[in-house]
Write a protein that binds this ligand. Structure first.
Ligand code: HEC
Ligand code: HEC
Length: 245
């Protein structure tokens, strides 16, 4: 049964909707997210509004220019290296709304980097821990795969073997080390680092202690329009679709 109070609420709600969300915002929410950048009118509004949202909600971690900070494992959002997916607007919007490892059931949370110096490195799946010598061999292999670190072939060979067998690295990062964007396991052979700069010390630290970065879920703190706009703006930071300045 519809009570008079419910009718009043419905009228108030629709008025709020009309006043709170403009026709332009509705048009952007209804459009295919991947097409917003191709539509000159929607694009300009999305970039202007999205930039404001970015500066308010994303700059503290990703930097005002979206360049991130490898000393804090904050990813660069302007490069071609994507932890998840291919940098499409819809994929970024999903991260904005539901986050990464942010405790949101619709967010990205399929894998994290185990700490292999621990007795039981990974809680979801039992993995063997690695000795300091084994970790050092894997570091030698990864440094060589990125074109540096000297040429101790025996060490590189042992490291490669561990990487693609019982080190279990291949399981998430693929046997060639190129990563897996479905679970957020980064490419380890492209010279781009989420954390640190690929030095002997940085790689050893990551493999010993693991990592599990968090991007917050904004679904309760920003509007659907703002989430779409900031996703379009973030996608435009990619070099091939650089925003007009
Ligand atoms: C509290 C810090 C923090 C804030 C605020 C934050 N992020 Fe993140 N974000 C991260 C971290 C850390 C990661 C890397 C997560 C990981 O390691 O998997 C990340 C990852 C991402 C990624 C995936 C990057 C890639 O290379 O694939 C996108 C896209 C992203 N954030 C967008 C945003 C946007 C847009 C906002 C603002 C609406 C935002 N983030 C706010 C910390 C933050
Ligand atoms: C269960 C899946 C899983 C396994 C197994 C795994 N990793 Fe990872 N690894 C990840 C994920 C996910 C990340 C990204 C973590 C984050 O975003 O905070 C990562 C990050 C890394 C990084 C940091 C990359 C960067 O760009 O800074 C290195 C190095 C690394 N892993 C090496 C290894 C090695 C070596 C092994 C084997 C000893 C291994 N991983 C095993 C999932 C895994």
């Amino acid at each position: 049964m519809v009570t008079p109070a419910a009718v009043l609420l419905m009228i108030a709600g629709s008025l709020w909707w009309r006043h709170g969300v403009s026709a332009r915002q509705i048009a952007m929410l209804r459009s295919d997210p991947e097409q917003v950048l191709a539509d000159p009118v929607l694009r300009n509004h999305a970039l202007a509004d999205g930039r404001k949202v970015f500066l308010t909600h994303c700059t503290s971690c990703h930097g005002a220019a979206g360049k991130g900070d490898p000393s804090k494992a904050m990813p660069d959002l302007t490069d071609k290296d994507f932890l998840y997916g291919r940098g499409r607007v819809g994929e970024i919007e999903q991260i904005v709304l539901h986050g990464i490892r942010a405790g949101d059931s619709k967010g990205r949370d399929l894998a994290e980097m185990p700490g292999f110096a621990k007795a039981e490195p990974y809680t979801r799946e039992k993995l063997p821990s690695l000795t300091p010598a084994q970790i050092s061999d894997i570091v030698g292999f990864l440094r060589a795969a990125n074109g540096n670190g000297g040429y101790d072939l025996a060490r590189i060979g042992r490291g490669h073997k561990l990487f693609s067998t019982n080190g279990a690295c291949w399981d998430c990062h693929a046997s060639d080390g190129a990563g897996d964007a479905a679970v957020g396991a980064p490419n380890l052979i492209d010279g781009v680092w989420l954390k640190g700069n690929g030095s002997e010390a940085d790689l050893t630290d990551i493999i010993e202690h693991g990592m599990a970065g968090i991007s917050p879920a904004f679904q309760h703190s920003i509007s659907a329009y703002d989430a779409r706009a900031v996703a379009v703006y973030t996608a435009s930071l990619h070099p091939s679709v650089r925003a007009p300045s």
